[in-house]
Design a protein around this ligand. Structure first.
Ligand code: FES
Length: 163
């Protein structure tokens, strides 16, 4: 039997998600995005490409996004656990205050969800459940050397943007 709000199992959304959807549908701005407790889904910039070395993962928690860079290029993926939507965090993160908006960084990209223990690797793939599906990847572009991320545009996990 699936838990209520389990995104993987296709079950019903949790009560908070339901209220957020209801509020948006009714135009009830009182709830707003803050009232729904989630990060901003608006497009944002994530600093200069030159400031993100290969093998570094940077979390922008206010935007619900992690920026990764491997040998093939840049990619962006969600910090929202695919089990029930709780925000994940790096298993071993350090400060990244030199990059505006960056909340923490990691050299492994491994993340953990404190709610029920799901773990994901640096591509967003599931290492350990109860989550069963990978984290969503978002559209990333580089304009004038600056990283731009659109968390409303989902792309294939294999998508990379070369510098
Ligand atoms: S919400 Fe359950 S493991 Fe993340």
């Amino acid at each position: 039997m699936s838990e209520t709000g389990d995104r993987d199992g296709g079950a019903q959304p949790c009560r908070r998600q339901f209220l957020c959807v209801l509020g948006a549908a009714a135009g009830a701005l009182a709830l707003g995005s803050e009232g729904c407790g989630g990060p901003s889904t608006a497009p944002f910039t994530a600093g200069n490409a030159a400031d993100h070395p290969v093998g570094t993962f940077r979390m922008f928690s206010g935007n619900g996004t992690i920026i990764g860079r491997d040998a093939a290029g840049f990619y962006a993926y969600s910090t929202s656990c695919t089990h029930q939507g709780v925000a994940i965090d790096f298993s071993s993160g350090t400060s990244c205050s030199t990059v505006a908006g960056c909340s923490s960084q990691s050299t492994t990209g491994t993340t953990t969800c404190a709610a029920h223990g799901s773990r994901f690797d640096g591509t967003g793939a599931v290492i350990q459940g109860p989550a069963r599906t990978a984290l969503e990847h978002f559209k990333l572009t580089i304009v004038g050397g600056v990283l731009n991320v659109d968390p409303t545009a989902v792309v294939a996990a294999a998508t990379r943007v070369a510098v």
